[in-house]
Design a protein around this ligand. Structure first.
Ligand SMILES: Nc1ncnc2c1ncn2[C@@H]1O[C@H](COP(=O)(O)OP(=O)(O)OP(=O)(O)O)[C@@H](O)[C@H]1O
Length: 373
């Protein structure tokens, strides 16, 4: 039998409603992330906590974290193993007492979880299931224990895509199905906030895809503005479904805001390919002479232009003029040296590369702090 998680499941349909929904802001301020660019949200965020820390003895595992998640967002809480994600989620769920921290969750003080837990559903670590009971019986047991209306059971089974297997024993389920059943349990009270800790952990690619579709659907359906906070150590697993990204490393915030800003905060990149592979070395020398940092990658060069140019009048995705000028200069120089370029492909670093860069920068900063002390 899977271990019973010490997790409050969703509760209390028909409890106090949230303030009116508001559109997602285009950015939020963080210490480490990009500067705010969008309008301030009209209502309070679903999660708005500041200075959240957890120390175990002399060890700080979450350090002065500010989280600000808009209502209705699917927020990806991303960080490498041991970054402090589970500890943070446990603090938000009142399962671990924060060492420091203030703010609100669903408008209630962080220090009074009883105020917001009735409107919060969660999946933390192992799904809490009775393996010899069917999915339906598992959920009915939970509704009875919680004094809830069993009428919810069919609705949530349908929502997580288990209606057809609802009467099979849970032990016959795949890991993905067990995860979805655990999410169904968290949905029983139609929560306004759903917290999922690594729900794709251990799933195969198909299971990950099904879980992604499920999570996206849980947030936005029928005009509902449920907020979902989902953790993962792999950005690629959640980036497609998140409209808010929080990156943590070693317990510290590295980025918070919309994924687009994480991407646009990255340097523009260019791939250059000469007609003849033998010219790659000479082309690299020419690029270096023009101040372009490039690296050889097989029969092509890849270069990052740093620092990133300011957004042009074309907007953040429009042509970056310094980049074009540098590339035009290199093209002329290559031509003058008898090198024909068959590919000049500008682009930007991917979200995954940006995430890796942020984590590496945080590690570097931590090392330097350690060296200094
Ligand atoms: N009760 C505890 N006592 C001491 N240290 C703890 C305790 N709980 C967690 N930690 C430590 O805090 C750090 C962060 O752990 P946490 O589980 O929050 O990270 P995580 O980002 O969720 O990692 P993972 O993705 O591996 O689950 C780890 O180094 C862990 O060993």
């Amino acid at each position: 039998m899977t271990q019973r998680a010490e997790t409050p499941t969703g509760h209390a349909a028909g409890t106090a409603s949230l303030p009116p929904p508001y559109p997602l802001p285009t950015a939020t301020g963080t210490r480490a992330g990009p500067a705010p660019a969008g309008p301030a949200p009209a209502g309070p965020p679903a999660i708005d906590v500041r200075g959240l820390s957890k120390r175990y003895g002399r060890r700080t595992v979450v350090n002065d974290l500010d989280l600000r998640i808009p209502v209705g967002a699917v927020a990806g809480f991303i960080g490498p193993n041991g970054a402090g994600k589970t500890t943070t989620l446990r603090m938000l769920l009142g399962l671990v007492r924060p060492t420091t921290g203030q703010g609100t969750v669903l408008g209630h003080p962080l220090t009074d979880p009883a105020g917001y837990l009735p409107r919060t559903g969660a999946l933390i670590e192992n799904p809490a299931l009775y393996p010899r009971l069917s999915a339906r019986r598992n959920l009915e047991a939970l509704t009875i224990l919680a004094g809830r209306d069993p009428a919810w059971v069919d609705a949530v089974l349908d929502e997580v895509g288990l209606a057809e297997r609802a009467d099979d024993e849970a032990r016959s389920y795949s890991l993905g199905m067990k995860q979805r059943l655990a999410i169904a349990a968290a949905l029983l009270g139609d929560p306004d906030l759903l917290i999922l800790d690594e729900p794709t952990n251990g799933l195969d690619p198909m299971g990950i895809r099904l879980m992604r579709d499920l999570i996206r659907g849980l947030a936005a359906r029928d005009g509902r503005r449920r907020t979902v906070l989902v953790s993962s150590h792999l950005l690629a697993e959640v980036e497609q479904i998140c409209d808010w990204i929080i990156v943590v490393d070693r317990g510290e915030l590295a980025y918070q805001g919309p994924p687009e800003r994480l991407l646009s905060a990255g340097a523009p990149r260019v791939t250059l390919r000469p007609e003849h592979a033998r010219d790659v070395g000479r082309l690299a020398d020419l690029a270096a002479g023009l101040g372009l940092a490039v690296e050889r990658d097989g029969d092509q060069l890849v270069g990052l232009l740093d620092p990133p140019p300011a957004p042009s009048a074309d907007g953040p995705d429009g042509p970056a003029e310094p980049m074009w000028a540098a590339l035009a200069g290199l093209n002329r120089a290559a031509h003058a040296h008898g090198i024909t370029l068959v590919e000049i492909a500008p682009g930007r670093v991917t979200l995954e590369e940006r995430y890796t860069g942020l984590v590496a920068a945080a590690a570097d900063g931590a090392r330097r702090t350690g060296d200094a002390s």
